[in-house]
Design a binder for this molecule. Structure first.
Ligand code: NDP
Ligand code: OAA
Length: 259
């Protein structure tokens, strides 16, 4: 499967390493869309990809699926055009916080026979949450995220401090680079208004920890994911990058595990 990536930052680089550098048997990244060609020129030689700055030419290049790995604003602006022409995979899922935009995208997907894939990103447990909610039997979902203080605030923080507490829909507005997990969790479960989020700036941690608590007719579940960050961007967990890789790999299979 030929892949086009939007963005050339920490996640995109991990994918270029795992897929092109390691010569993945089924996957190949052919094209990368950037806004500054000079800055990323070295990638063409290093990974044998074509760099593009024009979305139209990028979409017309030899790619079967487009993976967005840029940011929420870029995702919002390019996704409608991308989905008219290609299947897409989105990691800046904060772009989907507004229901009207999701409805517009789903209409484009339906008209053009496209699929939008949303990997689990830096968390897990979304299979269980979706199963429980399939009959609307989810009662509550809470997310407590703890990140290094420097990732969340310019203030000097002496001891751990909650920098946000409230609904998922508001969490992504205030922290678009850190709360994509809140949005995928809300989409899988009880929505943007009812998913309760606490974001803690912790000067004593170097990990991105997401603690999820779920209650419903099935019983209760809790998941704690203690993520190692990517060296190129400490805000971003390594798991987010390999959740894209795993999702791409599973698209090639003739069997499905979990769900
Ligand atoms: N769903 C989840 O669980 C997670 C989601 N994320 C999200 O994934 C996304 C990518 O993360 P990460 O790789 O760490 O981010 P980085 O900041 O490392 O990289 C972002 C890349 O996007 C590029 N970019 C910015 N604007 C444009 C544009 N207009 N056109 C093309 N490229 C552009 C940047 O280029 P330039 O150098 O020119 O600025 C840069 O190469 C972020 O939105 C992040 O919040 C991250 C972790 C978890
Ligand atoms: O990588 C993480 O741990 C989470 C993150 O940044 C996000 O959800 O935006």
């Amino acid at each position: 499967m030929n892949i086009g990536i939007i963005g050339a930052g920490a996640i995109a680089n991990t994918m270029l390493e795992r897929i092109n550098h390691d010569a993945h048997e089924n996957l190949r990244i052919n094209s990368v869309l950037v806004r500054d060609k000079e800055k990323y020129q070295h990638l063409e030689g290093e990974y044998g990809i074509s760099l593009h700055t024009d979305l139209g030419y990028f979409l017309d290049s030899d790619v079967d699926i487009v993976v967005e790995a840029a940011n929420v604003e870029v995702a919002k602006s390019v996704l409608p055009e991308v989905m008219r022409k290609k299947d897409a995979m989105l990691i800046s899922v904060g772009a989907l916080a507004e229901g009207e935009f999701v409805a517009e995208l789903m209409q484009i997907a339906k008209t053009n026979g496209r699929t939008l894939h949303l990997p689990s990103g830096a968390i897990g447990g979304l299979d269980l949450i979706q199963n429980v909610q399939s009959h609307g039997e989810l009662e509550s979902v809470t997310l407590t995220t703890r990140k290094p203080a420097v990732a969340l605030t310019y203030e000097t923080v002496a001891s751990e401090k909650a920098v946000f507490e409230g609904k998922a829909i508001d969490a992504i507005k205030h922290f678009p680079k850190n709360m994509n997990v809140a949005i995928i969790l809300a989409m899988a479960g009880i929505g943007m208004e009812r998913t309760h989020v606490t974001l803690i700036a912790d000067p004593s941690t170097d990990r991105n920890t997401h603690q999820i608590e779920v209650k419903g007719a099935f019983g209760r579940a809790s998941f704690t994911i203690e993520n190692e960050p990517l060296p190129e961007n400490h805000n971003t967990s390594y798991l987010a990058a390999i959740s894209i890789l795993g999702t791409l790999e599973r698209m090639n299979r003739n069997f499905v595990i979990g769900g």
